[in-house]
Design a protein around this ligand. Structure first.
Ligand code: ATP
Length: 646
């Protein structure tokens, strides 16, 4: 694919070098800008397919400022950086770059990063457009649905929840200070549970009442344009008004997204979304909501016109067993912690579409349950869900397991065998423990994902496949890449939509509900009686670190139900606390691993050059770097002689 690329780099030689590499690879270089101002000028002349941005630039504005502008213009970018300052890197990651290269990088790495960034960008655009269509359908059905005001509001809130994270939502059916202005406020209290805040009641969490909330909201939403504020920006804006500041602190709000709605010029309406921690609002969230502005205005107007339902419940709460989730397909996933809810929201967002999903998390956190939920909530639910445990298949058989083999393909292949890809045709293929897949098979898997076709081992014919891939791993794949055990291009192909499931020790709020669930389950199945636990026993469970996560909790309860002398467990026999099998999620701190990779790359060049930095055959020559650049880089990365010679 030939791309039009813009380079933002203030080091002349580095920029020229990049330009030559890109042109040699068949890409068009639209220009080289040394500053953010120059970059904006060039972007306004012609829109590039992708921008390579150095983070540190001469002048007041740096690459991170430019990244925010590129996000608004919907132009993908890759950061190039030699700067390992933690704060800068954190800010850079928050702009959601499509790639990150730490200088010096190899030509091949640059070209792969470009390829992957464009692929991810296209997939993102596809997902957003599918989500728009889907949301459009949901909102249209809210307008058409019969029922009360509360039913309509619940349906609207449910539809929005799947696409935009929020902990608190305010729907204004009239913004102007008119007497019949009606405002609906709901606090999200669970995956599918919302509490309505009553206009007449004082709030239980302080002296804040609805009038306070209204006054503050008007200040916060001052602008008539849709916008969002996260983190420090949100704190700074709230600090301008003592009331706003108090509300932010009392309600623990961390971000806001405001969407004004205009309807036939005479009614001003709006929706405000608030977050209390968790994921931040992004330009993608705002773009999606803005694209729905007109339709949302129709929905809110239809709510305004629907008659009030007297005595309607103030809570939208699933009526099943406590903490049992209502959504079909998600049943059986127990818990109400914000971190689990965030993961489940992602499931709902991605399930209906064919996107590849990567599920990350320690062993026993419930990754397989998430895979099943995605499959059952997708249009492929009537088709097979085929699981391959990449860690459990002997290395020499993985290829034939995945792609099948022809008769006589190898010793022992006495029959033709259909592989998992073909078995999953029309359905979902779950590649569990993908981090364990032998590197030789990874390139074949990559091809199968890219071309959507496979070849059986020993066969010549290519076979078209139609499978949705969901992969899971409890390994840190970036570490695997750094160690040369996992292909970077495959990682980016599967890491299009990551879902991170946090370990149980980070969502201890879920322990009572999980305990109750397993007690009921094993009580019924093993002893045919209802089981319970004492408060002290529950405390034991809440205090433990759970290195084996939910699986470990499940097994512990099963064992105690089996051994219990009565229907009440007074105390658990707990395992000794062991250091956890710490899993570093591979979604956010990618940069650190790039730095690690970079470090290893330099060390391996130094080893190859027998520790020689400059001159013929030296590491600088191998890395195509100036010796002075290499030495300063080594200093920054903390590479010293003994390590280099190790
Ligand atoms: N939220 C939950 N509610 C109820 N049961 C759960 C939940 N999460 C996990 N479990 C149970 O815990 C056990 C382990 O879950 P699962 O096999 O999905 O974990 P995993 O992350 O895929 O582990 P591994 O990486 O070892 O394959 C299963 O029996 C599953 O039913």
């Amino acid at each position: 694919m030939n791309l039009s690329i813009l380079i933002i780099e203030d080091e002349f030689l580095e920029a020229e070098n990049l330009s030559i590499i890109l042109k040699n690879a068949g890409h068009a270089v639209l220009g080289i800008a040394k500053s953010v101002d120059q970059a904006i000028g060039l972007i306004n002349k012609s829109k590039p397919d992708i921008v390579l941005v150095d983070i540190v630039l001469k002048g007041d504005l740096n690459g991170i400022h430019l990244a925010h502008i590129l996000n608004k213009k919907n132009i993908p970018f890759i950061f190039l950086s030699a700067n390992s300052n933690a704060t800068t890197l954190e800010q850079a990651i928050e702009t959601k770059p499509y790639g990150f290269l730490v200088k010096p990088f190899r030509e091949k790495e640059l070209l792969i990063a470009l390829n992957v960034a464009v692929y991810r960008y296209q997939k993102n655009i596809e997902l957003i457009s599918r989500q728009q269509k889907w949301l459009n359908g949901l909102l249209t059905s809210v307008i058409k649905m019969p029922g009360s005001k509360s039913d309509k509001i619940l349906s609207l809130i449910r539809a929005l929840t799947s696409f935009l994270p929020f902990d608190f939502i305010v729907i204004d059916t009239k913004l102007a200070d008119k007497s019949d202005s009606v405002v609906y406020r709901y606090q999200r209290t669970g995956f599918d549970a919302y509490d309505k805040l009553d206009d007449k009641k004082k709030q239980s969490d302080g002296e804040l009442n609805v009038a306070d909330m209204n006054a503050a909201r008007k200040k916060c939403n001052g602008s008539s344009n849709a916008h969002f504020l996260n983190g420090q920006d949100f704190i700074d804006t709230c600090a301008l008004s003592p009331l706003l500041d108090k509300i932010r602190k009392t309600k623990k709000f961390t971000a806001v997204l405001w969407l004004p709605l205009l309807f036939r010029w005479d009614v001003d309406m709006g929706i405000t979304f608030y977050r209390c921690g968790g994921e931040r609002y992004t330009q993608d969230h705002l773009d999606l909501m803005v694209s729905m502005q007109d339709l949302l205005a129709d929905v809110v107007d239809s709510i305004r016109k629907t008659s009030e339902d007297d005595g309607a419940s103030e809570q939208f709460q699933p009526s099943k067993a406590p903490n049992q989730l209502l959504s079909p397909g998600i049943e059986g996933i127990i818990g109400n912690s914000p971190k689990l809810i965030e993961a489940l929201d992602k499931v709902i967002q991605v399930a209906p579409f064919d996107n590849t999903v990567l599920i990350l998390g320690e062993t026993g956190v419930g990754k397989e349950g998430i895979v099943k939920a995605i499959h059952h909530l997708s249009p492929r639910k009537g088709r097979p869900l085929v699981k391959v445990n990449c860690a459990a298949i002997p290395v020499n058989l993985v290829e034939s397991e995945l792609f099948g083999h022809e008769r006589g393909a190898f010793t022992g292949a006495t029959e033709r065998r259909v592989g998992r890809f073909e078995q999953a045709n029309g359905g979902t293929l779950f590649l569990d423990e993908i981090g364990e897949l032998p590197i030789e098979v990874q390139s074949k898997l990559l091809r199968a994902l890219q071309e959507k076709e496979i070849e059986r081992v020993g066969g010549r014919a290519t076979i078209k496949t139609d499978v949705r891939i969901i992969a899971a791993t409890n390994r840190n794949l970036l570490k695997e890449i750094a160690a040369g055990r996992f292909r970077m291009d495959l990682y980016y192909r599967i890491n299009v939509f990551p879902i991170y499931l946090p370990p149980l020790r980070e969502r201890r709020e879920d322990i009572p509900a999980l305990t109750e669930y397993f007690l009921q389950y094993y009580g019924r199945n093993i002893r045919a009686e209802a089981m319970s636990v004492s408060a002290a026993a529950l405390n034991q469970l809440e205090d433990y670190s759970w290195p084996g996560n939910i699986r470990e909790l499940q097994h512990l309860i099963e064992r105690h139900v089996l051994q219990a002398r009565s229907s009440r467990i007074e105390a658990f026999e707990m395992p000794d606390q062991m250091p956890g099998n710490e899993f570093i999620p591979t979604i956010e701190p990618e940069v650190k691993s790039y730095i690690e990779m970079d470090r290893e790359h330099i060390i391996s060049a130094l080893k190859k050059a027998n520790g020689k930095v400059s001159g013929r055959g030296g590491a600088a020559e191998l890395l195509k770097l100036r010796p002075t650049t290499l030495t300063s880089k080594m200093k920054r990365l903390g590479i010293t002689w003994p390590i280099a010679n190790a």
